[in-house]
Design a protein around this ligand. Sequence first.
Ligand code: ADP
Ligand code: ADP
Length: 228
Amino acid sequence: MIEMQDIYKTYPDGGQALRGVSVRVERNEFVYIVGPSGAGKSTFMKLIYREERPTKGTIFVNGFNLEKLKQRKIPFVRRNIGVIFQDFKLLPKMTAYENIAFAMEVIEAPSRVIKKRTQEVLELVRLKDKGNAYPNQLSGGEQQRVAIARAIVNNPTVIVADEPTGNLDPETSWGIMKLLEEINFRGATIIMATHNKDIVNTMRKRVIAIENGLIARDEQRGEYGYED
Ligand code: ADP
Ligand code: ADP
């Protein structure tokens, strides 16, 4: 499903974010990525959704070698990955409905399909009545649910979530985790970077710790393992 082989990432300013990372994530796994700030977690995530390219090494997603991808295959691989951010990244001038539908317009889905599927995912994230609201009219938790709906609307096989609960209070965070669990239950692979000790220690999923650009731990039913 996702495989990294000896990945190095050095940024143009010389900063080494990853220094030889090899890992395999199977279809339908739920994986937490933990580690201190600056350890390389975001870089790890960005390499998966191809926001960044490795300096060295090979990454496979769904059997596609991301480094040898033909230009015309890029959109196809991309739409199979849904991304969720700490700060939601919704488009402020679009309603909740429009933010979600837009992700389907980009891939040129037929308008009838867009209408049906957008309603469906709005219901899934329990925001059926908020489709016409703009992001600034929604709470943080509601905005993150719109972002989740947008991430899953094209039925991706992989969801990459970079600190999705980082801006939310504990109760709202648990609501988001329930949704991600449901999405995982429906078949998606989930890779989530987090500093939320409670969530990691309660859910007991696979935990990969990145420290100083290297994998320091990789445990099934792992723990957070840091004090912060
Ligand atoms: P984390 O998500 O664990 O906080 P990051 O992947 O964001 O770690 O960062 C890992 C290292 O790479 C840090 O030293 C950071 O300063 C550096 N880094 C991250 N992004 C960039 C960038 N765009 N340009 C230069 N250095 C970067
Ligand atoms: P299946 O095809 O397994 O019967 P779905 O069509 O509901 O189930 O889901 C297929 C894909 O849709 C999943 O692999 C997943 O990537 C994505 N997906 C994730 N979460 C949801 C969700 N809450 N609703 C619909 N699709 C989802």
